[in-house]
Design a protein around this ligand. Structure first.
Ligand code: CO
Length: 476
């Protein structure tokens, strides 16, 4: 049986360990060799790379994609698309989603991995339909988390919704490293039996279980596994490509990967790791097993501590840790990943510090209850809706139904500013009106390489109730 290796070094790998800062010029020299290593697919684009490239590196993300496609000829290339959020942090209008997917397909991208953090398939409809229309391979993605409502049956239901949309494969995306080997086996087994589509297992090493989750997933019938080249593996990243390929080959699963060629790729990325070492937070390189006990990801944990410190209330930490699961339950068991981990965390802190639950409610919590992020995994109880929204009712429709078309409006705005309003530029501006415009006006400079991680921290920020919180959990 063939098991295909999907290598994520050039997207998730550096997003997980190097704050998404790898420059295109540091990717290109190894691509030709990498392309000949028998890897099935290289994930090279999307996620936070579009934001990071233009904001911090003064790089045009479209140029990166073009250059990569020019060099990678034998291997599929893929991206991570956040459904209606595209590669940004809010919902965009359908015409922007359509244009983005069409343009990306035009640039030669093969596989679109499309997800929504709440697993609300309505938030994926436009992206999936457009990518299918463009003839691309669409991977419907299930975000894995743990809660009483996140059962195997529920995941199978979500996969069935994907199958009805004629996706080409299913990805089990374990962004917080919570997927145990046992559950991985049971989940993949159920998906294979009930749905039958090819399965790809994506598991972060955060809690130290990812290699086991991948292997058990393969034993249950998964055809694809996600890995990163060893120099950018482990920690909050993924199992090492070489080790997984070796183990699978030995067990009789043919990966088609040439380990001799990968040695050369490894040597190259060792130098890259060295060069980018200032971006590496040592904490994210070792397993965070507390997540297995508290169900709170390490990054969220340190965010909570930072918030409490700011309020001189570190002594309330144990109360806050008890409050987090209660808030999560109140808010429909949202997964604890960006941005919902910040929303749950800030609300838990406020509930404890004000001494009255939901006395102070930030706009982001209200929007979540209003349905502006989509349907929560479990319905929110009526009493909580009343407490947070008063007489206002949550929306029933798909959030993007409320968004006016934006693309042509953004194009006109660029024209008025005298900036070349080609589709690529309009998309940069439509997705990131502030930093995108600065980039297009030539006002961004490539940041210097940091001497230590301290000078990188806090650059990815999430705004909640007017306060900015740094995102330790790398945006997915
Ligand atoms: Co990931």
């Amino acid at each position: 049986m063939r098991v295909k290796i999907v290598d994520l070094t050039l997207r998730d790998g550096h997003q997980s360990l190097l704050a998404t800062r790898m420059r295109t010029r540091d990717m290109l020299p190894i691509l030709e060799t990498f392309d000949n290593a028998g890897i099935y697919c290289l994930e090279v684009w999307g996620g936070a790379t579009f934001d990071s490239a233009h904001r911090f590196l003064n790089e045009n993300p479209w140029e990166r994609l073009k250059k990569i496609r020019e060099t990678v000829k034998n291997t599929q290339i893929s991206m991570l698309l956040r459904g209606q959020n595209i590669v940004g942090y809010r919902h965009y209008s359908d015409d922007v989603v359509e244009k983005f997917v069409e343009k990306t397909a035009e640039y030669g991208l093969d596989i679109f991995r499309i997800f929504d953090a709440l697993n609300d398939v309505r938030n994926l409809l436009t992206a999936i339909k457009t990518a299918k229309r463009c003839g691309a391979h669409v991977q419907g993605t299930i975000c894995y988390t743990i809660s009483p409502v996140h059962t195997i049956e529920r995941y199978v239901e979500i996969a069935r919704e994907f199958a009805e949309l004629e996706v080409d494969s299913i990805c089990v995306k374990d962004m917080a490293g919570l997927l145990s080997p046992k559950v991985s086996y049971e989940l993949v087994k159920a998906l294979k039996k009930e749905i039958g589509l090819p399965i790809d297992v994506h598991s972060h090493y955060t809690s130290g279980m990812a290699s086991m989750a991948l292997l058990k997933g393969v034993e249950a019938g998964a055809e694809m596994v996600d890995t990163c080249m060893s120099p950018l593996s482990m920690g909050t990243s993924h199992p090492p490509t070489e080790s997984i390929a070796y183990a699978l080959n030995e067990m009789g699963y043919n990966t088609g990967v040439d380990l001799d060629i990968l040695i050369e790729v490894r040597n190259y990325f060792m130098k890259i790791r060295e060069k980018y070492s200032g971006y590496i937070n040592p904490i994210s390189t070792i397993p965070d097993t507390s997540v297995l006990v508290y169900q709170i990801p390490g990054g969220m944990f340190s965010n909570l501590i930072a918030q409490l410190k700011e309020q001189n209330a570190l002594d309330r930490l144990s109360e806050v840790l008890k409050e987090v699961p209660r808030v999560r339950e109140d808010l429909g068991y949202v997964p604890l990943v960006t941005p919902t981990s910040q929303i749950v965390g800030v609300q838990a802190v406020l509930n404890v510090l004000t001494g009255e639950r939901y006395k102070v409610v930030p706009k982001e919590t209200k929007d979540l209850v209003r349905g502006m992020y989509g349907r929560t995994p479990a319905p929110i109880r009526e009493e909580i809706i009343r407490l947070i929204l008063g007489d206002e009712r949550p929306i029933e429709c798909r959030p993007a139904d409320l968004i006016e078309p934006e693309f042509e409006k953004r194009r006109r705005e660029l024209e008025e500013l005298g900036i070349d309003a080609n589709d690529e530029n309009v998309l940069i501006y439509a997705l990131f009106p502030q930093t995108g415009l600065k980039f297009l006006q030539g006002e961004i400079q490539e940041e210097a390489f940091p001497s230590s991680v301290a000078s990188v921290e806090g650059k990815f920020e999430v705004e909640v109730d007017g306060s900015k919180y740094k995102v330790d959990v790398r945006p997915i």
